[in-house]
Structures are given as C-alpha cells and as structure tokens.
Design a protein around this ligand. Structure first.
Ligand SMILES: Cc1cc2nc3c(=O)[nH]c(=O)nc-3n(C[C@H](O)[C@H](O)[C@H](O)COP(=O)(O)OP(=O)(O)OC[C@H]3O[C@@H](n4cnc5c(N)ncnc54)[C@H](O)[C@@H]3O)c2cc1C
Length: 406
C-alpha cells in the first residue's frame, strides 16, 4: 500500500520548499543585513524612541539598499525575491528598531495592495517610487469610531461625472506613516454603503490635512497621524480595481500584513531574549552568574521555544502567502502566536533582569511597550480568535469528517 502518488513522492523532499539551501541563504542574508542594522539603525533606536522621531533618511537608505523593494518585481525597481526572505529581514529590523520597522512593514502592505489590485495608471505613477523607497506609503482604514468594526467607517466618497473626479470627506485615525507618506491607500464608503479603495497623493484639490498623534506608549519611532479630507477631489483613475470591492482588497492586504506583523513581533521577542541572555552572562548574584540559576535556564529555554514556534509559523505563512485558500488562517495563526509570545517574552525578560530591566537604559523595556501594539493592530487578537480562526476550524470540521481512531 502506498501513502502517496508517484509525483507526490518526488516532491516530498521539497516540503515547504525549505531545504538546507534555504536555511543557509536565510542565515547568510540575516547575518549581512544585521551587520548593516547594527551600524545604521540600532544605534539611533533609543533616541528615536525617546524623542518620537521617525528616521525618514534611514527609510531612504533601506530603499537604496534594495530592502524596501525586496519582494516586489524588478520591472518596478524591486528585487523579485521570495516573500519569506523579506519577512526574515523585517524580523531583524524590528529587533533593531520596532517603531521604524512597523512603518516599513505597513509601507510593504500598501505596495502589495497596489501591485495586486490597482490600475495600470496608478502602478505607473507610484509603484517604482514606493518600491525603491523614494516615497513612503500609508494605509488608511481605521477611524476614531471604527477600528475592529472597520466596515462602519464614515469617510465618504462620491463621484462627480462632470469633472470625472471622486470627492472624499472624512477623517482617518491611527495611520502609520501618516505624517511622512506621499502615497495613501484610503478606504471610503459611498451613499449606498459600498466601500471602495483609492490610491491618492497630496496633489488633489480641496483639503487634505495631516495631524501627528503624539505620545504613544510604544512604536514611538513610527509616525502616526490623523488624516482629514474635506471635499478632497482626486482623478477617477485613483479608484483601485472595481468599485465597491475596497473592503475585500483591504482584508486581503491585511492577510499579508498579519504575516509581516508576526515576523515583526518575532524580532521584538528575539531582541528582548538576546538582551536578557547577555545580561545573564554578566550579572552576579549569590556567588553565581544569573545564567547559572535553574530558573534562568528554564525561562531562557521557554523563550527560545516560543521564538522558534513564532518564526516557523510566520515563515510557513509567508511561503503560502499567495495561496488564497489558506492564507487567512495561516496569517491569523502566525499573528496571534507571535504577538502573544512577544508580549510574554518581553515581560519575562524585564522580570529576569530585575531592576535593571525596569529602567529605560537597559533597552529591554522598550520591547514590551512595542510588543503590546502587535496584539491590537492588523486585527485585534480577540477578533482573530473569535471570528477568523473558528470559521476555519468549523468549516474544516464540517467539510472533512474526522477519522475516528480514538
Ligand atoms: C500605533 C498604531 C498604529 C496603527 N496603524 C494603523 C494604520 O496604519 N492603518 C490603519 O488603518 N489602522 C491603524 N491602526 C489602527 C488599528 O488597526 C486599530 O487600533 C485596531 O484595528 C483596533 O481598533 P480600535 O483601536 O478601534 O479598537 P476597538 O475596535 O474599539 O476594539 C477594542 C478592543 O475590543 C476587543 N474586540 C474588538 N472586536 C472584538 C470582537 N469581535 N470580539 C471580541 N472582542 C473584540 C479587542 O480587545 C480590541 O482591542 C493603528 C493603531 C495603532 C494604536
């Protein structure tokens, strides 16, 4: 009796496409990328966090280096490299400066959306600039009164047939990159309740204001803004894809976004873990090093296991990002796991470092403040656990009867 078909047998060794060569490539890439980050990004992270500075120049540098465009097509100045490599890079970037990395990740989500859904005219106008990092992009879905319940948005649009323009009115809130972006992916509703997406810039007619949201608890080196539109007119080619499909596009983009947030949180967790690991090799107590206490060994092991699990889940989800059937569940599972793990690991790292972990100078506490956003943004974990993941569990159960072997 054979368990597999002949062609399945031939492809078995390629499980997930993640062979020894892949592991070697990822290692090589992460190593050289982290050399760069240790010189160019990490040394400024503390100050940027304190002063709430988004390092726009570093964004440009990452663009010149090719990282911003890594998973995007060469025809638009990208590198056409597989998405899992890009996610591995985001993990490292978040370890160095999670606030900055959040801006990079969301920029990537917008780029992906434009690539998949926008008209040739939008692509021609914006893609090369955002893929190369010359311009920054922002994603505008949330409003003060609609977050998890995003469909209840009140930002409106209507079409003016005389001028062939769309007119936007309303306010978006919590928009990452909102102050520095030049390209905006905005969702709005018409009077029939249909949600459409628009890619706009600041050259339209009417009012488009950006107000910085100050004093966030974490991700302070990302810039977050309120965007206000008053009779803001944009050309009709700014409509993304089909009229009324904006919400669907946004949800699909968020699948990719959740994978990047899972990678991002894995980087935060890794940062907290490494700082604790180093400190445990230096701190003496009861005539021993902190690392030699049984509890420290146990906690470091648990952290390492959680980080491995988070990394495996986001890498798996990244490999299958273009598989429409499984991406929503893979992304939600990876996002929930990595975000919960990062909060737990950052909190435990502070505890094990004692008083030193509790002061800013240790650079450990920043990881907890940053990690807490992961559970809220890109679909609060409660929504994923109560709505998205159970849908998959029940569908599977109903579609494929369990084989009773108990
Ligand atoms: C720093 C930062 C950056 C952000 N960047 C962006 C961005 O770039 N673009 C953008 O569009 N948005 C952005 N957001 C918004 C973010 O996506 C929302 O904050 C998130 O979707 C949650 O919405 P809310 O804050 O309105 O919380 P609410 O929707 O008011 O939810 C509050 C809480 O209720 C619980 N909850 C919600 N729904 C359910 C449910 N169905 N069942 C059970 N419990 C539930 C959850 O615990 C949730 O945290 C950002 C937010 C922050 C804080």
């Amino acid at each position: 009796m054979s368990f597999f078909t002949e062609s399945q047998e031939q492809s078995l060794f390629k499980l997930y496409g993640r062979d020894a060569q892949y592991a070697e490539n990822i290692d090589f890439f992460k190593n050289s990328f982290e050399q760069f980050l240790s010189k160019e990004i990490a040394p400024h992270a503390y100050q940027n966090d304190m002063e709430e500075v988004f390092p726009a120049e570093s964004f440009k540098k990452l663009g010149e280096l090719g990282f911003i465009g890594m998973p995007f097509p060469e025809e638009y100045e990208g590198m056409s490299l597989p998405f899992p490599y890009y996610c591995a890079g985001l993990e490292s970037l978040a370890k160095a400066d999670a606030g900055f990395a959040l801006g990079v990740a969301i920029h990537g989500t917008v780029t992906d959306g434009i690539l998949h859904y926008a008209s040739p005219e939008i692509k021609r106008q914006y893609l090369a600039d955002i893929i190369s990092g010359r311009k920054i992009a922002a994603f505008g879905l949330t409003e003060t009164t609609s977050g998890s319940d995003a469909q209840s948005m009140s930002t409106s649009y209507k079409y003016d047939p005389q001028t062939k323009e769309y007119i936007l009115n309303g306010t978006k809130y919590w928009i990452t990159n909102g102050m520095s972006a030049e390209v905006f992916f905005i969702m709005a509703r018409n009077q029939d309740g249909k949600v459409s997406a628009f890619v706009i810039d600041k050259k339209g007619k009417g009012t488009f204001e950006q107000h910085k949201i100050l004093d966030k608890m974490g991700v302070r080196s990302s810039n977050t803004a309120e965007l206000v539109f008053q009779d803001y007119r944009v050309p009709e080619y700014c409509l993304v894809g089909e009229h009324g499909k904006g919400f669907k596009y946004a949800m699909r983009m968020l699948n990719g976004g959740r994978i990047t947030i899972a990678a991002w949180c894995t980087g935060i967790a890794q940062g907290a873990y490494e700082k604790l690991l180093k400190y445990a090799h230096e701190r003496k107590l009861f005539g021993k090093l902190l690392k030699d206490l049984d509890n420290t060994k146990k906690e470091l092991s648990e952290m390492m296991i959680e980080i491995y699990a988070s990394r495996e889940l986001y890498q798996h989800a990244a490999f299958y990002k273009e598989d429409e059937k499984t991406v929503a569940q893979n992304a939600a599972i990876a996002k929930v796991k990595a975000t919960e793990a990062s909060v737990h690991i950052a909190e435990r790292a502070i505890q094990l470092a004692g008083g030193y972990g509790y002061v800013r100078d240790s650079r450990i506490e920043r990881h907890l403040r940053d990690a807490l956003l992961g559970r809220i943004g890109e679909g609060a974990n409660e929504v994923l656990k109560i709505v998205v993941i159970p849908r998959v569990i029940y569908q599977e159960f109903e579609k494929k009867p369990l084989i009773n072997i108990w």
